[in-house]
Design a protein around this ligand. Sequence first.
Ligand code: C2E
Ligand code: MG
Ligand code: MG
Length: 646
Amino acid sequence: MKRWQNLMERLMLPSIPEYAQKSFNESYLRADRVILVLMLLQWLTATLITSLAYDTYGYGFVAGGLITLTLFGAYRLFAGTKMMRVLAGIAMMLFSLVFIQQHLGRIEMHFHVFIALAILSLYKELAPLLAAAATTIIHHVLFNYLQLYEVSLFGMPVMIFNYGCGFDIVVLHAIFVLVETAVIGYIIRLQMEYAIELNRSEKKILGLNEVLSHSATHDTLTGLPNRDYLHAKLDWTLSHAKRYRQKFALLFLDLDHFKNINDTLGHDVGDALLIQVASRLQALIRENDIVARIGGDEFIIVITDLHGIQTLEAVMQKILEAFRQEWRVEVHSLRLSISIGSAIYPDDARNLGELMKFADIAMYRAKAQGRDQFCFFTTSLNAQIHHEMEIANTMHKAMEDREFVLHFQPKVALRSGVIIGGEALIRWNHPQRGVIYPGEFIRIAENTGFILILGAWVIDETVAALGRLAALGYEDIHISCNISMRQFRHKHLVVQIEEALKRYRVRPQTLAIEITESVMMEQMEVTLELLRRIKSSGVHVCMDDFGTGYSSLSYLRQLPIDSLKIDKSFVDDIKETGDNSRLLLNTILVMGRTLGLHVVAEGVEREAQRAYLEAMECDYYQGFLCSRAVAESEFTALLAANRSIS
Ligand code: C2E
Ligand code: MG
Ligand code: MG
């Protein structure tokens, strides 16, 4: 049974799989046309020429023309269909009949049958072949009948030439035709298998191509479009927006402090989080908009067909809120936020390069303003960025040209009025612009990393000043210098301080460093370790701008610090009347005293403030009331005057 099935299977032609159907359909159509051309040729060559040569053969030309033109007509109706193929098979065979009538002889006719069958293999299908075989067998039987019984129509014999062949010849002919059909059927089978195989390989290659082109245009981690794809898509978006006078927005997104997650929880958690970020972003935008990942934690969203700034604002707000929701990765529950900058075509820029740059600038502004927010690009923002870039670019040169100087603001003991030291504050003596204050360049230096060079110089210069003061006899004077975030985290800070102290032979106890509350509060573990090392070298530590951060009492107790510097805003609260506004200040003063820390008030401008602070037993103050920050020579003059009074 099984063998029988196998045999049948081998005899049957293969069925055409779905993916090859299209190419088969195309080849059917092509073969239809080839057959039509061949029919036309054989009509013109075999029947036209003979009919010209022998005037009795005109009817062959007419009959051949009838068959050929009928097939042309059929083509108009059935091109590419099975019906057309069957008709083509019949037509080819009817031509053999025309040949016989033209007295071309039986042998020629047999040749024609065989060649016609072979030609029909073009179709890679059995139907036309079978139709042809059937036609030729049937018309032989019919011929024989007509000849044998001399059938006549309208008094004329239907067969003009009588070969008088017997049925034995008909049977023999049928056997020939069947064998020929079997041979050509086999050829058709081979052709079909070959064509199917070809299609299979093509399909495989196409599939591979698709995979390849997907991975070339998509990010492997998140599956989002990558930079290349984004650029291609943006080109299209731009020309579309231009043509239909539409607006679109480009959003630049950057995760806040993503590096911390990678550093503390590992890259696997970071990667898993990025995948979630990608899908959360994708869920937030419309189908026609684009989200692409263009860097580690950087994404771009394109909002097409933008109708108003409110829509854009709503989208960005939605993104921020979605990010504030909890993130769960493995066992971790994480908090995450994102900063977004946006630029709009054509309002902000008309080319993609600028649009990207402006959205990036706006994103940086969102970061600088405290992260977890969005920021629109504006022209004033652009001017500001240019200004900042200019500052960033000229700072190195300014350092070489010794344009930076330290000024010193006296620190006064409230009760006695004695200047016990000062704070070193940096100034930039710009050759064109005059004095530039640190508020304008410290943050930029921090962003570019130049702060490490600048900060090292400040430490060195402060300690050198301490050395000079000691040489003048002011050995007990304290000077503090400000340490920025990046500098504080830098591994060489302690070594830098110790080396400077050694070089200028300065007692560590006379140097203090000021670190702002917010810097200290970040990564408490690291802060504690660093502060302990600085303290062990004998240098004093002061918490600057106290009250502006969020340090809790329990943290404050753990920190190895010597003094608190109350932020100016609390001192400003000391008004002539009303106690309410002083509540915070009073609390801070009590807190400092309870923790055994010295308390310094900064920004004291009026006598009333000074008097109040003295009454509240604050230890020291700084402020314009005593003096602004002044050059070193003026500072020593102030010291000298102060000493001579007290
Ligand atoms: P800060 O450390 O809190 O310094 C106090 C700021 O308040 C100084 O501004 C000082 O001139 C100003 N000030 C002092 N008394 C008064 C007053 O009575 N009224 C008013 N309105 N202001 C007063 P300055 O020098 O412009 O410095 C600003 C900030 O720049 C500093 O704040 C500090 O954070 C940073 N900075 C200054 N020098 C350096 C430095 O060498 N390195 C680092 N990393 N940062 C520095
Ligand atoms: Mg300070
Ligand atoms: Mg301060």
